[in-house]
Design a protein around this ligand. Sequence first.
Ligand code: SAH
Ligand code: SF4
Length: 337
Amino acid sequence: MSKIPLAALLPHEITKALNLAQEFRGKQIFKWIQKGTIDWNEMTDLPGSLKPEFASKADPRTSVMESLTGEKDISYKIRIKLFDGLYIESVLLVDDQERKTACLSSQVGCSMGCVFCKTGTMGCIRNLGAHEIVEQFHILVSRFGEISHIVFMGMGEPLLNLDEVRKAIAVFHHPLGKNISLRKMTISTCGIIRGIKDLALHGPHPRLAVSLITADEETRKRLMPCSAANSLEELKGALSLYQKETKKWITLEIVLLKGVTDREEDIRKLINFIPPLRASVNIIPWNPAPGLPFKRPESLRIQWFRSRLTEAGLVVTQRYQKGNSIDAACGQLFVTE
Ligand code: SAH
Ligand code: SF4
């Protein structure tokens, strides 16, 4: 990469990176870049005489959309080619109120190796730069129009690339850019304790979702190798800290695997695990991924699981199986080459 990628630079950083004599030029360029403009000629308030120099030094967009699959008005998956020839996937989800959510990747692949997740079979090839995270959003907006919500639930573990995810959040949140509230951004983590504490103490404070999967420690260790170094007790301590610092509810994601995480004891242990945390439970029936040895529970079992938690007074939501038919649902993102 010889040119300076601009997508994740804040106005003052653009001023510095391009050595601009006037501070306001950095703001002008930031606004254009965050509108998704990639052609310097369309940046009409910049002096024409400076544009060739900008174009030779800096790059508004380093990645390109390669392909798009979609279920009309429900979900769309895009495959993006990065500057070095690697691929990632990002997803646009549309809910029944036509609210749009961008599901962004934070890494190429993922090193965490959760055995129920297709991305986990890739290993982590590399972290994404902040600009590559922001560019996913710009590409989705250019294709589907404005998007109100962002979830870091695509490929990768965002808390293992926290510095770049932080920069991307700062850009999304900036008042001269998309100005997306932190309430509308969610980081989903498999439970990296160091990262949760770092976020709690140093910010920013988006919504936090944790792939708890099950509150049965032994099963969790079997399904999620990372949980060997991140015990449930320590995880709960980190979540308490996040809650203390942010006053925000936390979402616990439970992927339902038939006979593995949908048992009576999973329910009992989950009900015990939560208090005094203020946490809602998001049930995600497992999305099939070729080659992985699990099954989704039957719908009656899912209903039973859900109602047991509701009867215990928990707040429960269930994720629709959006994107299933195009392999764009949670845990199905995967690229080769
Ligand atoms: N690495 C982060 C974010 C990406 S995974 C994390 O683990 O939280 C996004 C979500 O997909 C997580 O909640 C994860 O538990 C879930 N998931 C992974 N594989 C899945 C599958 N095959 N079916 C359903 N959900 C899955
Ligand atoms: Fe990585 Fe999340 Fe998949 Fe686990 S569930 S392998 S942490 S992407």
